[in-house]
Design a protein around this ligand. Structure first.
Ligand code: HEC
Length: 212
């Protein structure tokens, strides 16, 4: 008995080692499988964002839409667009007092520290919400409205002229493909509920205050 036990012990030990190796290998395999699924899941999501939307994202970045349509905050390296509120426009809760600008200059126009509200000879303009939120963004816009707006420089593509500093004159020169790619990307970004005040063209302000 003593002898058998003596011989049995190392064999049991080897078997345990072998079992541990098998369990380890299975666990490692399972981990790889899970990681693989996650990776392919991410890839599927990236594929879902079509090449057109990726082009739109690129254009939005290089054309600087975030400069005015995303509220700026103070970051560790100075002011920067607050990307948690990406393209959601002038923050609805922010009070904007009358800007101290004069027609004679040299300071003829001003902007808020969020870089979303601007005052000048044109009146007061607020960068609108470009996210797909249906009530406060451009969720109900069609591609035609979007393209016509940037091409014509008119509110909703048909109404009053779009006020500065929206550089629509530059964007009007984009190709149809580029404009529709931007629109496709804007449909894809997270909707943000933020009701931006209506811009006040100078003519409207003058009518309201009775000044010329
Ligand atoms: C320098 C600041 C600035 C930049 C850069 C800018 N915008 Fe604007 N944008 C504005 C302001 C301000 C308004 C509001 C103008 C008004 O109410 O008349 C506006 C208005 C708009 C509107 C609404 C027009 C309407 O019907 O009332 C759209 C759409 C728009 N911008 C898209 C874009 C896109 C897309 C980009 C980038 C390709 C961009 N903007 C870059 C400042 C800017």
């Amino acid at each position: 008995m003593f002898a058998i036990r003596d011989f049995g012990a190392p064999r049991k030990g080897r078997r345990r080692l072998f079992l541990r190796a098998v369990v380890g290998a299975v666990a490692f395999g399972a981990l790889l499988l899970v990681l693989g699924f996650q990776f392919s899941g991410r890839k599927a999501h990236a594929d879902a964002r079509s090449a057109i939307q990726a082009r739109g994202e690129y254009l939005v970045m290089v054309a600087g839409c975030n400069d005015c349509h995303t509220p700026w905050k103070l970051g560790p390296h100075g002011p920067e667009p607050d990307m948690r509120r990406m393209l959601s426009g002038h923050p609805e809760g922010m009070e904007v007092p009358e800007a101290p600008v004069t027609a004679t200059g040299p300071w003829t126009w001003a902007g808020t520290d969020t870089n979303t509200a601007f005052a000048g000879p044109w009146g007061v303009s607020y960068a609108p919400n470009l996210t797909p939120d249906e009530n406060t963004g451009i969720g109900i816009w069609t591609e035609d409205i979007f393209v016509n707006t940037l091409r014509s420089g008119r509110h909703w593509g048909v109404a009053r002229p779009i006020l500065p500093p929206m550089p629509w004159q530059n964007f009007a020169r984009m190709t149809d493909e580029d404009l529709t790619a931007i629109f496709a990307y804007l449909r894809f970004i997270p909707p943000v509920t933020n009701r931006v005040p209506e811009s006040q063209p100078a003519a409207v302000q003058q009518a309201a205050t009775g000044t010329q």
